[in-house]
Design a protein around this ligand. Structure first.
Ligand SMILES: Nc1ncnc2c1ncn2[C@@H]1O[C@H](COP(=O)(O)OP(=O)(O)OP(=O)(O)O)[C@@H](O)[C@H]1O
Ligand SMILES: [Mg+2]
Length: 244
């Protein structure tokens, strides 16, 4: 597993667990014709470095919206999001994209890999936007794919890989730029139980190595690998404990 720059910083010091993500009174309203949908309703939340947070809640409660807004993929209707202390509310599209490329990795339920593009190139892509040269890109992508057990699949495209393998490629892509936070939206939702177990193991291991993870899931046994739990109901946080 890769050493990451964010956990590395704390190596020889007492763990300070600095705040890495802060949501301040965040709401998200969707307007569809005459209908107004309040998908997030005045959410405030602090996530510290090294935390592993699960987000549960019924369908339509705002979980995906929460991840998209918290990862600055989407903008809130009101409120602020701070990543590593940087207030993103004044950022334009380009500044947001730049910060996202540097600090955010996203894993989707449906993998979202580029079709007809090899595993290696899919993983190397975020490094193109980060301005890293081709040799280094390929090296980094190869290293991380090898660590996730896909060293013999570098040249395969998504259609030549199983669901579990595709999700591992997607995790490699999320990790390749060593982001501060990994967001995962139902990362095991489309996987059979064996592949789901592999993905759970990888996420757990990444968190043990210091990576901050925020994960949406419907499944209790998946949520259990996180250390903190919240639930959303009607776009509001209900601080939750996992029932055993
Ligand atoms: N782009 C959009 N335009 C309009 N309404 C939206 C949009 N995206 C989500 N919504 C609405 O916002 C609410 C929250 O949706 P969201 O996708 O965040 O829920 P979710 O908790 O992720 O649900 P699921 O468990 O089914 O994935 C829902 O009422 C949904 O219909
Ligand atoms: Mg969702």
């Amino acid at each position: 597993m890769p050493q990451n720059k964010h956990s590395g910083k704390l190596k020889n010091t007492k763990k300070t667990h600095s705040t890495i993500l802060e949501l301040k009174n965040v709401s998200k309203i969707y307007q569809v014709g005459t209908q107004t949908i309040k998908a997030l309703d005045d959410i405030s939340l602090t996530v510290k470095e090294g935390e592993f947070l699960s987000v549960m809640g019924p369908s339509g409660s705002g979980k995906s919206t929460f991840l998209q807004v918290a990862s600055i993929l989407a903008t809130p209707s009101s409120g602020k999001i701070l990543i590593n202390g940087k207030d993103t509310s004044t950022y334009n599209e380009i500044e947001r994209a730049r910060l996202r490329n540097k600090e955010v990795g996203f894993v989707f339920q449906t993998f979202n890999l580029l079709a007809k593009t090899s595993a290696l190139e899919n993983v190397a892509l975020p490094l193109v936007y980060a301005g890293i040269d081709e040799t280094t890109r390929r090296q980094k992508a190869r290293n991380i794919l090898e660590k996730l057990g896909l060293g013999d699949r570098l040249d395969n495209g998504p259609s030549q890989l199983s669901g579990g393998q595709q999700q591992r490629v997607a995790i490699a892509r999320a990790l390749v730029n060593d982001p501060a936070i990994i967001f995962a939206d139902e990362p095991t939702g489309n996987l059979d139980s064996k592949s789901g177990e592999e993905v759970k193991k990888i996420l757990k291991q990444l968190n043990l190595e210091g990576k901050t993870i925020i994960m949406v899931t419907h499944e209790h046994d998946v949520a259990e690998i996180a250390k903190k739990h919240i639930s959303l109901i009607d776009g509001k946080i209900v601080n939750g404990k996992l029932k055993s």
